[in-house]
Design a protein around this ligand. Structure first.
Ligand code: LIP
Length: 264
């Protein structure tokens, strides 16, 4: 039987190396930076250097295996593909908010089998291997036991494009009276890990890249979360990512649909 755990070890080791580089570079990397899809969608020299380090190390440790990365692109193939977000939460990184990660996943035929989400600012390491559970610094993770929607804490996000943000804001306004409270933390990989740890009861967002959810989605599902990845739930929207504790997953899903989440 295929054992993905050695792939977690590789993702963990490389994630730490890239995270150390990201931290070393921060003072200079945030002085001048480029933008991508909009003027608020930033990319720094640290994003690029981190992805280059990950690619170089993967070519040494796993020669010939393809890589899909946020900054240099790539494609997911049949067989094994490495999926990399060199800095997830780049705006947080730019502002010095210590909530960003280096996210590295291994996908088999497009499905995550191993993942590591490393927090350079704190040194925390989130890991998961399909069928073997998920962990924070080696301690097992389990989602919250929440069963009441009105007592749940919902994580969410916004796209970069202004015209979509207004529609998203309308949805989040509709949800605000149906849950305990809401958090917009700015790093999808860590939002998904937060669901795994019970720090959020649910999380939903549109428009994420595969690199944003590839590792964190596995951490969440291996901790017992109900996870719906882009393309799996048309009612939530073709590019929706959703994760929730099982006790509220159906109710949260329905509430999001009723609030118009599927139409943003
Ligand atoms: C970010 C995501 C976040 C989303 C941001 C952005 P990046 O990824 O982690 O959840 O709301 O718009 O996509 O760009 O920092 O890698």
């Amino acid at each position: 039987m295929f054992d993905p755990r050695p792939l977690v070890d590789i993702a963990t080791a490389i994630g730490r190396e890239a995270g150390a580089l990201v931290q070393r570079m921060r003072a200079s990397a945030v002085v001048s930076f480029d933008t991508k899809s909009t003027s608020t969608d930033v990319v720094t020299a640290a994003d690029r250097a981190s992805e280059q380090l990950v690619r170089t190390r993967l070519s040494e440790l796993r020669p010939g295996e393809p890589v899909l990365g946020e900054e240099e692109g790539g494609t997911v193939v049949e067989g094994l593909t490495w999926v990399v977000d060199p800095i997830d939460g780049t705006v947080n990184y730019l502002y010095g908010i210590p909530w960003y990660s280096v996210s590295i996943a291994a996908q088999l035929d497009g499905e995550s089998v191993a993942g590591a989400v490393f927090e350079p600012a704190t040194g925390r390491m989130w890991t998961a291997a399909r069928g073997y559970g998920s962990f924070l610094d080696g301690s097992p993770l389990r989602v919250s036991a929440t069963t009441e929607l009105s007592l749940s804490l919902l994580g969410y996000g916004f796209a970069y494009r202004p015209e979509r943000r207004q529609r998203q804001a309308d949805t989040w306004a509709g949800m605000s009276t149906r849950v305990r409270d809401m958090r917009r933390a700015g790093a999808a990989s860590l939002d998904l890990c937060s669901v795994a740890a019970g720090r959020l009861d649910a999380y939903a967002e549109h428009g994420l890249g595969r690199w944003d959810w590839a590792a964190g989605g596995l951490v969440a599902s291996e901790a017992g979360a109900v996870v719906r990845l882009p393309g799996s739930s048309p009612e939530l929207g073709q590019d929706a990512t959703f994760a929730a504790a099982p006790g509220i997953a159906d109710e949260m899903y329905d509430a999001l649909v009723e609030s118009g989440f599927g139409k943003v």
